[in-house]
Design a protein around this ligand. Sequence first.
Ligand code: NAD
Ligand code: UDP
Length: 310
Amino acid sequence: MAQRVLVTGGAGLIGTNLCRRLLDDGQQVICLDSFFCGRRENIEDMLGNPRFELIRHDVVQPILLEVDHIYNLACPASPVHYQFNPVKTVKTSVLGTIHMLGLTKRVRGRMLQASTSEVYGDPAVHPQKEEYWGNVNPIGTRSCYDEGKRVAETLCFDYHRQNQVDVRVVRIFNTYGPHMMRDDGRVVSNFIVQALQGEDITVYGDGSQTRSFCYVDDTVDALVRMMEQTDTPGPVNVGNPVENTIRELAELVIELTGTRSRIVERPLPDDDPVRRRPDITRAQKSLGWQPSVSLRDGLMETISYFQKLL
Ligand code: NAD
Ligand code: UDP
């Protein structure tokens, strides 16, 4: 039978792609978003579907709904957006997660929390396993996001222990793909938009810092598998174990777009993690999941999305 599924942050990158996947799976989808950084255009194609509903709402305020499953994705994910109003970012993670856990408790449903590799901070252990407790600056400019997400995890496990709320926690590593905002500020959208417009490609620092990039369809598949399984509440790392430097990413975008853009170096933001790569052994065992889309193929899809958009 079709389930009633709430996706908070449903107009963002992962939310948009998740809503489409859930509709394809035959579910009834409620997309909730404040449009802080998500866009209505992202979900317009779904508005005519009788199994799709849109609610404009800020998760900092409580809401009563009848649903079975909740994917709690509401939170700006780009450093540019989450640092724009850091106090609001903390409220979104803390109050938003309390409200969604309270709702899950009331309806006796299940909630998946979109946590992040940022709970590991600038990791001193490499690659990152779920057992690692992280290396987070609690007072820096990234902490509104990192610490907010850490408290959100704490809330999930406390509601689970104290009130038997059925929770699932995934720690998502850098995800990219169609429906990223062109002005989002994250590295993949920045580089592709710059390349397509013939502008300089802005590498922060010397570009030797690393990230592991996961295509959004793979991330969405992991989220759905995590929600459906009953083996573990998590946390489970979701990401691509292939690690690249930011300079390698810039060079690949230049090759794939055929642009004449040049690479320029810009100052490195505060507390920018030096290395990041998930250990996905737990996801492989508990979810039977690993990414299937290579960076090259995923970037080609994303480039053609932005080519149509621009
Ligand atoms: P995104 O920024 O593209 O989308 C987030 C969405 O949440 C936007 O549509 C925004 O308008 C909405 N939102 C923000 N604050 C809200 C509020 N107070 N109430 C209601 N809606 C609100 O982000 P994304 O890449 O789709 O990420 C989704 C989730 O996954 C986030 O929680 C993010 O922290 C987490 N995550 C993403 C990545 C990644 O690389 N994409 C990595 C780790 C974790
Ligand atoms: N970055 C960059 N140029 C940009 C945007 C980002 O070199 O135009 C770098 C950034 O400093 C970081 C990496 O790319 O080292 C990933 O940045 P992003 O904001 O996408 O995600 P996060 O830092 O949260 O992993």
